[in-house]
Write a protein that binds this ligand. Structure first.
Ligand code: ZN
Length: 507
């Protein structure tokens, strides 16, 4: 306890610049030292846990729940990083609470699967003109990792405090599909809502011939008068975009778009009116239509944007399903020239309606990043998420090859389960057997696309695997490992996410 005492004495009696490295077996995060209302605050960790330390009594001191000690004449509270304390933290240190990111500028969705990645993410964006959305999780990801929105937001707040990152961050309830889900995220204090309308997109229309389309369309018109009104607005007109492109609809194309997207618009409007429109605070509202089989043509995007606008929905961003494929963990699959020419129009549509284009599954899509950077003119939202999980796993491969082999084999044996949730075209036969690879060669799997996808989508399978007695098969061991390799993880993220930022032209 010698070092601990010394720290307290120094904090209490000397000046704020002095930081003693060790308190007992706890290491202090130097960046976290703050004073408020007469108390000193800092975070520290030992092998088992992280804690918030508060020195000297004050109104702040009393609010936090924790274990009190008297050391060298000073009162010290050791505070667990639980939800109750995180709420108090956000109150006393407003920079640890999420805020809206608005409709301008570059923002990066950096969903943190494990609740461990935010310090590395913060390092990566600090001093750049990028607003990070540090808390970003879909319900699917919550379920697959057995986490809650409280955990996700709290992890971001504690990380922001630890790193003394005061430039603001967002919290995105990602891919929410119902009023209940939206309200749950809003109640916890999320500042961004990504409403996933994919299930309200009619994927059967693309398969129909023109006769079937026009029959279906006539049926819809006979039921919904409003659809007839749309014809007058869109058919026969051409719509100029800010960059000089024109949007025009042929009759058949228009009918198809209405059939595919009409229900989506109704759904988005209904949820918006019942949730976001009723709030007395700002929300970054995103509509995502990326997780569907139907690619969003520029015309479909224009129609959707224009109709949302006409219905009075204020959106901050929209995520189309671009042509080609944005599969997890690997580069873009598809025709880059076509992607570029369509992307240019998508970007102009977003500009016309005053919102950001949102790029989902953005991790590792290095070949399209220069295009995204070029046409969005520093006004775009890019989401990456699972890639920080992959980075966490490569650190295991590097430092504990046997544990990696175990995880890899488990992932492989349970791959089918994970493919229920993700669309990938992984060929397991292209992945060499980990038993035959040397420790050194294991690291090359980072560059094997099939191995990347295998590990990427099995995070839930791995994190929630249990032994017969109900205890976790890997989870506790993994978290222990990551706690001990915090700095390596931070550096890996800086490098990997940093490359994304460079390719976007923002470094
Ligand atoms: Zn998405």
């Amino acid at each position: 306890m010698q070092g601990y005492k010394k720290l307290i004495i120094d904090l209490a009696e000397k000046n704020e610049n002095y930081i003693q490295k060790n308190i007992g077996d706890y290491d202090i995060y130097e960046s976290s030292l703050q004073s408020r209302a007469g108390s000193w605050f800092f975070m520290a960790h030992n092998k088992e846990e992280k804690k918030l330390f508060i020195v000297n009594e004050s109104s702040c001191f009393d609010q936090f729940r924790g274990q009190e000690k008297k050391i060298a004449g000073s009162k010290v509270k050791m505070v667990s990083l639980n939800h109750e304390n995180a709420e108090i933290l956000r109150e006393f240190f407003p920079f640890t609470a999420p805020e809206t990111i608005g409709r301008q500028g570059v923002s990066l969705g950096l969903g943190d699967r494990l609740g461990l990645a935010s310090p590395g993410h913060i390092d990566t964006v600090r001093d750049k003109n990028i607003t990070p959305v540090l808390a970003q999780q879909s319900i699917r990801e919550l379920d697959l990792t057995e986490r809650t929105y409280e955990d996700v937001l709290d992890a971001a707040s504690w990380a922001v405090f630890q790193e003394n990152y005061q430039d603001g961050f967002g919290a995105d309830g990602d891919h929410l599909k119902s009023e209940e889900e939206v309200n749950m995220a809003l109640d916890i204090g999320f500042t961004m809502i990504t409403l996933d309308g994919s299930e309200h997109i009619d994927n059967s229309i693309e398969q129909l011939d023109s006769q079937q389309i026009s029959k279906k369309y006539d049926d819809l018109i006979s039921q919904k008068e409003a659809v007839g009104e749309l014809e007058k607005m869109y058919l026969g007109n051409s719509f100029a975009l800010p960059g000089g492109q024109q949007i025009k609809f042929s009759r058949e194309q228009f009918q198809k778009i209405v059939l595919i997207y009409f229900e989506l618009l109704n759904f988005a409007e209904e949820i918006y009116r019942r949730t976001i429109a009723l709030l007395d605070r700002d929300i970054d509202f995103e509509l995502s239509i990326d997780e569907t089989a139907t690619p969003t043509s520029p015309e479909a995007h224009y129609f959707t944007a224009s109709e949302l606008d006409r219905r009075g929905l204020q959106i901050n961003s929209l995520a189309p399903r671009f042509c080609g494929e944005f599969q997890k963990a690997i580069d873009y699959i598809g025709d880059l020239d076509r992607f570029e020419s369509e992307f240019q129009v998508h970007a102009e549509i977003a500009e016309e309606f005053g919102y950001k284009l949102s790029i989902h599954s953005g991790s590792d899509k290095f070949s399209v990043y220069p295009i995204i950077g070029r046409y969005t003119d520093q006004r775009v939202h890019v989401k990456t998420a699972g890639t920080n999980w992959l980075e966490a796993i490569w650190i295991i491969a590097e430092n504990d090859p046997e544990l990696y082999r175990e995880l890899h084999k488990y992932a492989r044996n349970n791959f089918a389960e994970a493919t229920q949730y993700y669309h990938v075209t992984t060929d397991l036969d292209q992945i060499p057997s980990v038993e035959q690879l040397s420790d050194r060669e294991l690291l090359d799997l980072q560059n094997n696309e099939d191995a990347r996808q295998l590990i990427h989508i099995t995070y839930g399978v791995i994190l929630t695997a249990r032994k017969e007695d109900g205890s976790y098969l890997f989870r506790d061991r993994l978290y222990k490992f990551w706690r001990e390799h915090e700095e390596e993880y931070r550096r890996a993220l800086q490098q990997h996410i940093g490359r994304h930022i460079e390719e976007l032209g923002l470094a």
